[in-house]
Design a protein around this ligand. Structure first.
Ligand code: NAP
Length: 557
């Protein structure tokens, strides 16, 4: 029996999630000697890299900018093998980090947290774990993952299918031989684009069911030999310095010249070069107007459309692969390898669902409103209940039992993406409206975790056992996040950046959910630092809280 009914909690801090954020979070807590544990729903660590084992899953951040930056020794000893490393190697890396720093001792696996309830009287959180335990802690840190709740289509007949079917997130851990199989894949997001490029020449027959095409650009991956890795080792200080100052946390710096001040031939020459270079340069090293100016965006999108026409042999298929409802870069840009060329193979077929939507799953495959497709395997590459999905799956109740799910139903509101008014002692190093989602992820979460740790150390040093953001401070940040969307073309796109997911009730097209901070990492870091430098103005600490509560009860009396 644990001591959940006493005021002394089981742990000072419980971290939920042993992914990239949770691993660094527990490292920082362990270094300080804080009594802490990590509860992880999966049977292994690694989060996104534990689960997403589909063929083609790999970084689209340069590997050496994705690794943790906190340990020189770790940086020195790790040799990345590819510029954009694949899932098996990424998972090996995360396990290596955890073993090197002896962090596994703090982790509990197969421990899905079903509920987290704040107890005001005892100033602690009570967490219900799927194994029946109730654990208490003073502070809870949600390191839940941005894209950790896969969503399936809402189609009739899904359980009738006699073949194998699975979401890409749940790709079987055992090798799957598709060589003589008729495979159908639903979706053409970043995940599908990686899968299709990888399996097209390894399956019997591949049918891609596309509702809306997605702009994409070549990854241009390459192997890194030891000599190059040694050069990277010697550059690490510079690399992280650059990542710190760029909006996306990459080495790619935006071109700050005015789009229309640069002659068209020069623009095209620059795009020709970027298209052939590795990584996100074509998106993030481009002119800034791509993100904000309709005309600039349209011109650049047409450039990419021509690239598609050049790479796809059949003109009709090429036109179907060109997005018409949004411009390049206003949704998350998938990076691909052999994706467009896959459509030049005779065993790969594109079904345009905009002509005839999916009607249902049958025992033998998929049916659209005008045809039936026989399949052995159906792959659902249909995306995630992004950012808030993992929070929604936990029954989180704050002050007066308010459910977070209800608070966020009509409007997401946070302070800095880290705190939520009404949920004391709950922190999110990578929460909705933080800088992590729009950033090279580890660069974002290191910032978030470091800031959370500074805040906690401040609270502990001052003997505060309760911290809560005020409503006005939360409103200030939420308004700012909403305003940032106004200047971005992204606000018009149907993507998880705007909270769209056709398969989740209430997240369908029509309303923007402001999930992402779009100001870039340097501005985000400044916002965090400003709050800390002002002595955490806008927060109520335990002593002040008692005074506030006493004053409120006095006035009621
Ligand atoms: P996604 O971008 O949301 O794409 C889901 C796809 O499924 C879309 O094409 C969507 O069509 C389609 N779809 C959903 N429901 C459907 C239905 N009922 N009928 C037909 N089509 C349906 O999801 P994702 O590809 O998994 O990518 C999500 C995010 O994960 C990415 O944006 C990226 O941030 C991250 N990711 C990262 C990496 C990496 O770092 N290397 C790799 C993969 C993914 P509509 O567009 O019409 O809704």
């Amino acid at each position: 029996m644990n001591n959940s009914d006493t005021t002394s909690p089981d742990y000072e801090v419980i971290v939920i999630g042993a992914g990239v954020a949770g691993i660094y979070q527990i490292k920082r807590l362990a270094d300080l000697g804080v009594h802490a544990t990590v509860l992880e729903a999966d049977s292994g660590l690694g989060g996104t890299w534990y689960n997403n084992r589909y063929p083609g899953a790999r970084f689209d951040s340069e590997s050496y900018t994705y690794g943790y930056s906190f340990s020189k020794e770790l940086l020195e000893e790790w040799y990345w093998k590819e510029a954009f490393s694949g899932q098996p190697e990424n998972l090996r890396y995360l396990n290596h980090v955890v073993d090197k720093f002896d962090l596994r001792q703090y982790m509990q696996f197969n421990c899905r947290v079903d509920a987290a309830h704040w107890n005001e009287e005892k100033t602690l959180w009570r967490l219900s774990v799927c194994d029946g335990r109730v654990l208490t802690c003073r502070f809870v840190i949600m390191a839940l993952g941005l894209l950790s709740i896969p969503t399936l289509p809402r189609l009739e007949g899904m359980s009738d299918f006699k073949g194998r079917s699975f979401h890409t997130f749940d790709w079987p851990h055992k090798p799957l031989d598709l060589s003589d199989k008729k495979v159908g894949i639903i979706g053409t997001g970043a995940t599908a684009i990686q899968v299709i490029g990888e399996i097209a020449d390894k399956v019997g027959d591949l049918t891609v069911f596309q509702r809306r095409p997605n702009w994409c650009a070549p990854l241009n991956n390459y192997e890194i030999n030891d000599a190059e890795m040694d050069r990277i080792h010697s550059r690490y200080d510079d690399i992280f310095e650059i990542c710190l100052r760029t909006p996306g946390g990459f080495e790619h710096e935006p071109d700050r010249r005015g789009f229309f001040e640069v002659p068209r031939e020069e623009r095209v020459a620059m795009w020709d070069q970027l298209y052939d270079e590795p990584g996100f340069g074509i998106w993030l090293q481009n002119f800034r107007e791509i993100f904000t100016d309709e005309d600039a965006n349209a011109e650049f999108s047409e450039y990419i459309a021509d690239r598609i026409r050049k790479r796809v042999t059949d003109p009709e298929t090429a036109e179907k692969l060109i997005p018409r409802d949004h411009g390049f870069g206003v949704q998350r840009v998938p990076l691909e390898t052999n994706y467009l060329e896959a459509y030049n193979q005779t065993n790969v077929h594109l079904v345009d669902l905009s002509d005839a939507p999916l009607d249902r799953v049958t025992e033998t495959g998929l049916r659209t409103t005008d045809a039936e497709y026989d399949l052995d395997v159906i792959i659902y590459a249909t995306g995630f209940d992004a950012m808030t999905g993992a929070h929604d799956r936990i029954d989180i109740r704050g002050v007066n039992g308010q459910k977070l799910r209800d608070k966020w139903r009509d409007r997401i509101s946070t302070c800095l993406g880290v705190f939520i008014h009404g949920y004391p002692n709950l922190m999110m190093p990578n929460g909705p409206q933080s800088g992590s989602a729009s950033t090279n992820y580890p660069r974002g979460i290191e910032t978030g975790v470091n800031w959370c740790m500074d805040f906690l150390e401040h609270a502990w040093a001052h003997g505060h056992n309760r911290i809560e953001v005020t409503a006005p401070e939360e409103e200030r940040w939420t308004k700012h996040v909403e305003q940032m969307y106004e200047v971005m073309l992204m606000r018009k796109a149907k993507s998880w950046f705007t909270g769209y997911n056709s398969n989740v009730e209430g997240h369908e097209e029509g309303t923007i959910r402001y999930l992402v901070y779009n100001g870039g990492m340097p501005k985000y870091r400044k916002a965090l630092n400003d709050v800390a430098d002002a002595g955490y103005k806008g927060f109520i600490f335990s002593g002040d809280h008692k005074a506030t509560v006493d004053a409120a009860s006095a006035s009621v009396a």
